[in-house]
Design a protein around this ligand. Sequence first.
Ligand code: CA
Length: 555
Amino acid sequence: MKKILIIVFATLMTQFTGAESRPNILFIMSDDHTSQAIGAYGSRLAKLNPSPTIDRLAKEGILFENAFCSNAICAPSRATIITGQYAHTCGVHDLRGGIEGGRQHLAREMKKAGYQTAMIGKWHLKREPAAFDYYCVLPGQGKFHDPEFRIQGEKPWPKNLIKFPGQHSSDAITDQTLKWFKEKRDDSKPFFLMHHYKAPHDYFEHAHRYNDYLSDIDIPKPENLIKSHPASFGSIATRGYQDELIPHIGTSIGNRNPRRSYAVDLPKRFPQDYPKDYDPAKLTDKQIQHLAYNAYLRKYLRCVKGVDDNLKRLFSYLEKIGQLDNTVIIYTGDQGFMLGEHDYQDKRWMYEEAMRMPLLIRYPKTIKAGQRVDSIVGNVDFAPTMLDFAGIKTPGYMQGRSFKSICETGVEPSNWPNEAYYRYWMHMAHHDNPGHVGIRTKEWKLIYFYGADYQGLNQTPPAWELYNMKNDPFESTNLYDDPKYTDTIANLKNRLASLRSSIGDDGRDFPKTEKVLQEFWDYDASDREKARRLSTEFLKRRLESLENPSKGKKK
Ligand code: CA
């Protein structure tokens, strides 16, 4: 009732004053764009300056240093953003899930409140984006070159297609958004626009005009690429008993993981980024890793440059029509990405580079320029925050909280929880990451690799990892077995257990997985003994499947 009154009041106010006081909301999301590849985050790559336009949002707005996704993979993160619910609540645990129109809550609520809504670019939630007034979306992952889009039209979803031969997807998506502004925009309403790039998702195909961008530059490496697994890093879950699983957990840049690595993939995919006489048989592992890393990062950063150049076009247009300062502009990626840290590629990990989302927000009317905050916010909070900017109270079925007041004051509300929940479900799929769950506070990260699939099977050795994020931001030293931290661990385990129960990830959905998770929770001596056995058994299965690939098929 209260909500209806607020909406009626807002509508009346607009009618009385004749002016729309509510801001437009432009939510821009790139796929797999990680904070290390944004200048404003100041990483080792900042000096290459791949993102001057995105950096402008930080300079003229607010940058979040601790924005996290609750499940670092595409479809679940997108589902969480559109529903305001965690993966286990909205039911998108992995890449198979979809969200139908009735549950596209963020768009639905915006429309209900009188916003003109549109979704343009990569959608990836399978069902028709029916809650939006307008959509133009890539089918599934879509194509980088010669993209097609599904749009509204005479034929039912998903049959109405438009094609852009000869175009790159980042250019085509921006063109479609500009076309929407020019042809579809209803100026009597504020807009809510989701503008989503496919770039820089793998395999990092960029527009041809960037073929030479960074080609002469050695891309700065993270310190933990070459010496990726010092004895202090990881656990039996990520290294195996006596390090026997280091070659099998987490896909690699160099030769570490024989099942999947960029050292194997990239020379075939990007021969133009390799020396003409490339012959791995004549090179050391370190040289092979060096070439794969450079080929990887060049392709990735060329995609980022393409996104940034396109955003310049979009922002210039908003400026031209006088809407730049009337628009809350949010930039993010659906999660982070490992750019060679720990010799890992891809996302999925709770490790910082994958779990952290870039998040920059510009709205000069209420957000002060040049702020950086370390408040912990999550993708589950995005919908409540955007709705709050639109004057809409967070609906009860959403699990996140609005952080609008943090944007506007730089100060956290006194009850702000400052803890983030994380869970990756796709045990050992695609990139060899064990299933895990954990909690991140400003100071600590506790990760529990329970290591089992949805049936509690294909177990990898379970273990816990504790990192001090203030002293050890690159997560080089697992402190779990250091007796100094016994109390810290007990306290964090309690917080993790209450967090699980308060958000409803209580194991009901997958009781066999939950049984494994509970079995190793206290991690006593017999659990550790069993972990050693599970390591050796997993290794045996893995080696058999490598010898006989048809049996243990590479997914
Ligand atoms: Ca993604």
